[in-house]
Design a protein around this ligand. Structure first.
Ligand SMILES: Cc1cc2nc3c(=O)[nH]c(=O)nc-3n(C[C@H](O)[C@H](O)[C@H](O)COP(=O)(O)O)c2cc1C
Length: 385
């Protein structure tokens, strides 16, 4: 049988920490650890525990070259287990799914550590609010009590800091001061299509396209982008927008137009929103959300297997989020961004594979509610009197 190793693979010694009860009762904490090796591969959703024989076999097989294995080796339990778990690949029909998943990752030119971080940091069905509550890490006081004090808010060097002049009287400064993450949306007040369209025009639309060749187009947008590639796509999750049926949409940045995508029934959009936001109900009422989903393959087309490329893509998402925040603030709307999302569930709803393209953050926008039920960070009372 011919085999090849999967493309991106990280082997990690993982220590199972156990606390000895007897020692705790004596007032001491002793950590007894058992080390198991886990394999994290970029084409697999879950880690696989590997023993010494499996690690040895993995180290003997190339990720690039197909190798013929002797009958003895291919029948060994190590080989069978590695093939069944997808860490080793074969051309046999029963392993075809893993082969095609690995091939899909190869074609996108990920840098190995980034591919593994990306794949294994995606959430599915996580309830981040429930987790925060069960760990007692909800309020600032909870954090202080359970985690101790954080590193100082400001890095200060010894010496005399020379003050800089302050300017705070422009309309732009006033607008910046009003930007506060909104956690209280008016669930009954629809967002006018006009305001959503303005937000998309300012935040996501391409101002121009430059055609280096008919099949090689670069966009100009209101945000910077690593390599000028603008890989981040916008998908709308619409719950309550005047003149727009609830559902999922793709935004076309050159046409400034929406395409309706296959969507759950209108009555189930709020469940999808809440799952997407990992249970953060304070955001889930937002009448419109923008899923920011980079096409990694576009960035990595130029930055092949590049150690900075994933970082650049995440910067792009951050730039878009800040621009969208400011556009929403200027329009008198509340806005939020969150990275605490269930990417696997979101990508499935949008038909994305997560590796060529996948969700990274969700931005939401809408009218603020009349009352602040969930705390917002507005110490200067620019939003809430
Ligand atoms: C990358 C990123 C992720 C965030 N994720 C969450 C989140 O999961 N839940 C939440 O309530 N706020 C989230 N926020 C909002 C921050 O909590 C908020 O920006 C911060 O508390 C400062 O408040 P301000 O935006 O009102 O100035 C996120 C912000 C950023 C930039």
């Amino acid at each position: 049988m011919r085999v090849r190793r999967c493309m991106h693979l990280l082997l990690e010694p993982s220590e199972q920490i156990s606390f000895g009860i007897a020692a705790i009762l004596r007032g001491r904490v002793e950590v007894g650890g058992e080390v198991t090796w886990v394999a994290l591969a970029a084409h697999l959703e879950r880690a696989v525990v590997v023993d010494a024989a499996e690690r040895a076999l993995l180290s003997e097989v190339s990720a690039y070259r197909w190798q013929e294995l002797s009958q003895d080796v291919s029948r060994s339990s190590a080989c069978v287990k590695l093939l069944e778990s997808g860490l080793l690949l074969s051309e046999q029909v029963e392993h075809a799914e893993y082969l095609s998943r690995d091939q899909a990752v190869r074609e996108v030119h990920w840098w190995s550590p980034a591919a593994i971080v990306h794949r294994h940091s995606r959430w599915q069905g996580v309830d981040s609010v429930g987790d925060m509550r069960s760990q007692g890490l909800v309020t600032a006081n909870d954090l202080r009590r359970n985690l101790g004090p954080p590193p100082s808010a400001v890095q200060e060097y010894e010496g005399v800091y020379a003050p800089l002049p302050r300017q705070t009287d422009s309309a732009f400064d006033a607008m910046l001061a009003r930007r506060t993450t909104c956690r209280n949306f008016d669930r009954d007040r629809a967002l006018p299509l006009q305001l959503l369209a303005q937000l998309m025009q300012r935040g996501m639309m391409a101002q121009a396209g430059f055609e280096a060749a008919p099949d090689t187009v670069f966009l100009k947008k209101n945000v910077p982008s690593g390599g000028g590639l603008h890989p981040v796509e916008a998908y709308l999750l619409v719950q309550n927008v005047e003149g727009l049926a609830p559902g999922l949409y793709h935004y076309h940045p050159l046409e400034h137009a929406l395409l309706a995508l296959p969507s759950p029934p209108a009555g189930e959009m709020s469940r999808l929103a809440c799952t997407a936001l990992s249970g953060q109900d304070w955001f889930a009422d937002a009448p419109a959300m923008i899923v920011l989903a980079p096409r990694f393959e576009r960035c990595f087309w130029k930055y092949r297997n590049h150690s900075k490329a994933y970082r650049a893509v995440l910067f792009d998402v951050g730039h878009l989020s800040q621009l969208l925040y400011l556009c929403a603030t200027e329009a008198g709307l509340g806005a939020f961004v969150t990275a605490a999302i269930n990417e696997v569930d979101v990508d499935r709803a949008l038909g994305l594979d997560g590796i060529q393209q996948g969700s990274v953050a969700i931005f939401g926008v809408g009218w603020r509610a009349g009352r602040q039920e969930t705390t917002e960070f507005d110490p200067a009372h620019r939003v809430w009197a």
